[in-house]
Design a protein around this ligand. Structure first.
Ligand SMILES: [Zn+2]
Length: 320
């Protein structure tokens, strides 16, 4: 059965869950690990197990390396993080167990993070959850965002779960989620992984500026979209200038040839409007130089914005 909420997801309702949220609103996404295997069928296996298990445990989602399975609607309560965490949270079980950062970033777990991030971005948009990890004080104060099961444990003194573990790569999960929020669902998981690399961003900007919004935020300490865009634009300007120079050489030769042709035609008693042909060549060249000028203006504006933002960032960091 497909999810009534997100039709591209498989929907496997568990044996136990709560209807509604007892009047609460979704406040955060809770990240868990299953403490189980990380096979490509682990999400499906986990959902099937929740249909059988007798201890009433459930989750909203399982994510593994090739899919996300939804089990409980986000408007209902999954039984994963005690009463308060269940009422306020959307529960994500990442298939895997306690791991080092390097293990979380190996191919299987890395793909699991991406699949989870893609779905988290949808829920974050839907419920207006800022893509940041909350402190336990912020959780108690009712702020919206993301947390781990460990934070539910510490915020309310309930239970003893410590997942997703101290080495969980929150920076990677959250920056990837933010990318899906910014770029939308049409970014494939593969593209999202590639989007993590500045080299790919630069490449994308050169070939398709649309992929990186001009108003992309500067995020302190993270691969930076704006700087990548700047490098991409500068490269593009350089390429255009080289191409324009080659075009100018070719155009000059073409004009000489057209003049020679017109002279030969005139000698034979015919005629050709060589001025019109040359005017068209000049118009193409003028459009090219306009494109270069517009790109140079954008480069200058971006440099200014990045400079101002870096200044503000530095001021923030230097605050006592
Ligand atoms: Zn948990």
């Amino acid at each position: 059965m497909q999810s009534p909420e997100y039709p591209d997801l498989l929907f496997v309702p568990p044996r136990a869950y709560g209807h509604g949220r007892d009047g609460n609103h979704v406040q955060y996404i809770v990240v868990h690990y299953t403490a189980g295997s990380e096979r490509s069928t682990s999400a499906e296996d986990g959902a099937a197990y929740d249909q059988r298990r007798q201890d009433a445990v459930s989750t909203h989602y399982f994510a593994d390396s090739n899919s996300v399975v939804q089990c409980v609607l986000t408007t209902d309560r999954a039984n994963a993080a005690y009463s308060i965490g269940n009422r306020r949270g959307i529960q994500y079980e990442l298939c895997g167990t306690l791991q080092t950062r390097a293990q979380w970033l190996d191919p299987a777990s890395d793909a699991t993070l991406t699949n989870a991030a893609r779905q988290m971005a949808r829920d974050a948009k839907r419920y207006g959850l800022p893509v940041r990890r909350l402190t336990v004080a912020e959780m108690r104060a009712g702020l919206k965002g993301f947390c781990g099961h460990v934070d539910v444990t510490n915020a309310y003194g309930l239970g003893d779960h410590t997942d997703p573990g101290p080495d969980f790569p929150w920076d990677v999960l959250l920056s990837r989620t933010q990318l899906f929020v910014d770029e939308g669902d049409d970014v494939t998981p593969e593209q999202a992984i590639l989007l993590q690399s500045d080299a790919w961003r630069t490449h994308t900007i050169i070939n398709d500026e649309e992929k990186v919004p001009a108003n992309a935020p500067l995020i302190a300490g993270q691969p930076n979209l704006l700087r990548a865009r700047l490098v991409g634009l500068e490269t593009k300007v350089d390429q255009l200038v080289v191409a324009a120079a080659a075009d100018a050489t070719r155009d000059a030769a073409a004009k000489v040839a057209i003049d020679a042709l017109a002279t030969a035609l005139a000698a034979a008693g015919g005629s050709v409007d060589s001025a019109a042909i040359i005017a068209r060549i000049d118009a193409v060249a003028a459009a090219e130089s306009q494109t270069v000028a517009a790109l140079r203006a954008e480069v200058a504006a971006l440099r200014q914005r990045i400079g101002a933002a870096a200044q503000a960032e530095a001021t923030e960091l230097l605050k006592p």
